[in-house]
Design a protein around this ligand. Sequence first.
Ligand code: C2O
Ligand code: CU
Ligand code: CU
Length: 500
Amino acid sequence: MADLERGTGGLTRRDLLKGTLLLGGGLLAASDSLAQIVRGKPKSNEIFHLNLTARPMSFPILPGEATQTWSYEGTYLSGIAAPRAGYLGPILRVKRDAYLTVDFTNLLPEETTVHWHGLDVPAIMDGHPMMAVAPGQKFNFAFRMLNRGGTYWFHPHPHMRTAYQVMMGMAGVLVVEDPAETGLNLPSGSRDRVYVIQDRTFDAQNQWSYNPGGAGGFLGTRIVINGQVEVVEEVGTAVYRLRFLNGSNTRIYKLGWSNGMPMTVIAGDHGLLTAPRQLPYVMLSPGERVEIWADFREVPLGQVVTLQSQTFDPGWTGGPATLPQGYYCHLMDFRVAQALQDTRTLPATLSKIEPYRLEDATNQSNPRVISITRASAQWLLNGAPYGLYDILPNEIVPRGELQVWEFRNDTGMNIMAHPMHLHSAPFQILDRTTLPAFQTYYDTVKLGLVDEGWKDTFLIMPGQRVRILTKFPNFTGRFLYHCHNLEHEDMGMMRNFDIV
Ligand code: C2O
Ligand code: CU
Ligand code: CU
């Protein structure tokens, strides 16, 4: 019974399509299938309904010709267009516990899916490549927002085409608003801003120039923030809550302020940390999010503070690039243009997070090992490439069981940094160990890793082992774990896992 309420309960895709078709007709007539999807009956005021279309579009980015993109377009049921960020899709703000229905239409010339990165949703709603939507077809998503407040995102996940579609412009942000945050007096409204950081290469006609690269993946030559180049944001002498998402395929950022202000981190992938952290810089690898308390109150009026990506040494990067991994980049400028009154103080305590304990893990001395390997110029996990329907015995995980997983990035000849990502519920990072021969690379990033709080993606440096504590309390079914270097993902550095 619990499975029927919480899992996909053995529903076939056809059953679900039937169920979601009913959804399109009105949520109030909830069918049995719907009940399995959303767990309980929605109150009408908690329903968030969006039409989402993936289609070719074009946006002016550089002076001159507009850039042809593939983009998401969102329209609320009320007919109002959701605010977008250039070629990127809508920035959605949804309340925790709300019921989402998203009527998705694929108007791209190839199949796609929509994956809700970081959201704890039923397997059938997770945008698994198995659920590909053909050109011209629709899929209706319906799920409840179980996640805590935080900055999440959505992007395509079709088999071997994720990197290409994201590079074309397909990504959007979903901010979950949480009543648990009220009372903290964090900056809100126009002082709560979202920035998606990407790198791209343009050809002479201002069009995307994309080369998936070799072992390393795609590294662009230009920084694009929310779909624009050379971004200058106006701020006042006040505190801002800046949410950053690394939406790049391969590039890892080492975020720092040009004027030496600390990076005051208040949140990671899944919302607020227990307490703020003041770091000299923050590492942000593809797929990760971080929220910064940016205090411009002491900055003289008229001054510009630059957000930069500082130099670091990633180790082997898989080949040459025009702007290599780990090189300095100018990301965006904040111009302090207005005198404002702001007396807020940084809260000492931000949220409660119950720490998982290794001694509670069912496999505490026998971790589930995931080795990053490479064979025949292909990145693999435990020596196996991705197969749409492949599952190995060690990829079956009991729902609700606390387990320790150990990622190993220390075997073979070609060892490089990878952002590793798990679908379904978030995890906690237990510890990292680094082989002495690789310590020099780690030393260039280690002060900026936000390993606290709830994570869904983490950077594993070369020569490292990272142990994480996982638990998937809510849904059964087939999910994915993979490298969020999207070229690596597409070349097979991804596997299914089944929660049973
Ligand atoms: Cu954002 Cu499976 O990925
Ligand atoms: Cu994901
Ligand atoms: Cu990788």
